[in-house]
Design a protein around this ligand. Structure first.
Ligand code: UDP
Length: 472
């Protein structure tokens, strides 16, 4: 096989940079020379992992391109989605700033002429940029086959156009399962014919996918065979599934060093978990972007307290006791650990004391839960997370509903009450429903492990992709 050089260009958001780094490591473990393109402040999120991979003899490096936050009306040092302030107009400004990276990307492609460019879905112009230099472009969405298919069918058939209220369920036509959703669970750009910057971007994303070389999916065939087939056979997309990519991290150090610097020492965290009984702790995290109001935080705290279970709760904000009920930390100090900032998620999920995961249903988090065999409480907020909830809860039956019902961009306005939270936590941790989910999870975990081993479905698909690229 030819000695391939592949460039990876992730969106500036942890939920995209983390799996793209894993992808780059996975490719370089197969002898590919991998290069990640990113902006100055994001280098720190890749550096450690890349140094480790290089020490292990892999060829992987970074190319840095400039990013102008201030020129685009963003605060200085705002280079990643989680650094974008919460004001309404800031996210569009951030996307606008990212779209201006095209000339820099082209300069790099012109200079280095890689054999392939793997670029994030949100850079639709990357297909044209790559084509200028005769380079094939692969799209990375960071989504499941299920979500890709469901979103496609929703936009084509518009079943939400036939309901009279936000809460009347509709079925998304032509999918392998009866997928029921409500209008309130859809993103604005999915439910309305709008003409905004973002809806135009989504249109360009769709068009660019059709003319790109194909799609890389962070998933494995055995997890969603009907949708992997539907995507390829019915929607006629060229796609390769190579996941779960997080499984390329085998050592503690690699599992602990993903994304931002952890706010807790990994040994301290493991020590805390070691003192707990097997399957007795619930882990709570809402990913890298979603954030809650103070009153919702108080409901979460009360729900956890009422559930009676031990917990690790990751709160994205800086430490602020005002966000918690008075005396909360003291009352739960024996059984609760609050991590303010960033947690070593994969390491925590894989610990034998973890019995459940209350998650915002980000696709990376779901796959990490599957790889750890941990059933979930679903609490979707944004992006395609409500589709992921359907997959977890209704199709795979590996999660119970947490009670969030309305799609929001970042900070939910409708609250989930403490009784719902406590009830869902109890259901996922103990009893017949929990046992059933745990059994299905263990089976899926085994399949995930096998998929990435030699001869497994993801291993084989990656080999197939690399062969096709080297024959070009
Ligand atoms: N993550 C982490 N520590 C945290 C929060 C998140 O390691 O404290 C990682 C998590 O393991 C996952 C990614 O960040 O790999 C979040 O991606 P996901 O798709 O779940 O959600 P997003 O952040 O994109 O909403």
């Amino acid at each position: 096989m030819k000695n391939l050089s592949i460039f990876f260009f992730p969106l500036l958001a942890h939920g995209h940079m983390i799996p793209t780094l894993d992808l780059a490591k996975l490719f370089s473990s197969k002898g590919v020379k991998s290069t990640i393109i990113t902006t100055p402040r994001n280098v720190r999120h890749f550096e450690k992992a890349i140094d480790r991979a290089v020490q292990l003899g892999q060829e992987i490096s970074i190319k840095v391109i400039p990013f102008s936050a201030k020129e685009n009306g963003l605060p200085e040092n705002c280079e990643c989605a989680d650094e974008v302030p919460f004001e309404d107009d800031m996210m569009p400004k951030f996307f606008c700033a990212m779209s201006k990276l095209q000339p820099e990307l082209e300069r790099i492609l012109d200079e280095f002429r890689p054999d392939c460019l793997v670029a994030d879905m949100f850079f639709p112009w990357a297909t044209d940029s790559a084509a200028k230099f005769g380079i094939p472009r692969l799209v990375f969405h960071g989504m499941s086959f299920f979500s890709l298919c469901a979103i496609h069918c929703l936009t084509i058939h518009k079943p939400h156009g036939n309901v009279v209220s936000e809460t009347e369920p509709f079925v998304i036509p032509t999918l392998p399962h009866e997928v029921k959703m409500m209008k309130m669970q859809l993103a604005d750009h999915h439910k309305e014919e709008s003409d905004t910057e973002f809806s135009r971007l989504i249109e360009r994303v769709k068009e660019s996918e059709l003319v790109s070389y194909g799609v890389i999916v962070n998933s494995f065939y055995e997890l969603e065979p009907d949708y992997a087939d539907y995507f390829r056979r019915v929607l006629k997309r060229r796609a390769w599934h190579v996941g779960p990519v997080s499984l390329c991290n085998r050592e503690i150090q690699d599992k602990a060093n993903r994304g931002k610097e952890s706010s807790i020492d990994k040994h301290e965290c493991l020590k805390w978990l070691n003192l707990k009984k097997p399957k007795s702790v619930i882990y709570i995290s809402f990913g890298s972007v979603a954030e809650f109001s103070k009153s919702q935080m108080i409901e979460i705290a009360a729900g956890l307290e009422d559930s009676g279970h031990s917990f690790i709760w990751v709160v994205r904000q800086e430490k602020n006791d005002e966000l918690l009920p008075a005396g909360f930390e003291n009352r739960v100090k024996e059984r609760g650990l609050i991590i303010w900032g960033w947690a070593p998620q994969v390491l925590i999920l894989e610990h034998e004391s973890i019995g459940g995961f209350l998650t915002h249903c980000g696709w990376n988090s779901i796959q990490e839960a599957i790889c750890a065999g941990v059933p979930m409480v679903t609490w979707p907020v944004s992006a395609e997370q409500f589709f992921n909830e359907v997959m977890v809860k209704d199709i795979l039956k590996i999660g119970v509903e947490g009670g969030s019902k309305r799609w929001t961009f970042r900070t939910p306005v409708e609250e989930v009450k403490r009784e719902m939270i406590a009830g869902a936590v109890k259901r996922v941790m103990k009893g017949e429903i929990a046992e059933g989910m745990r059994e299905r999870m263990i089976a899926l975990k085994k399949k995930a492990m096998m998929a990435v081993e030699e001869g497994g479905s993801s291993y084989t698909d990656l080999d197939d992709l690399l062969h096709q690229l080297s024959d070009k």
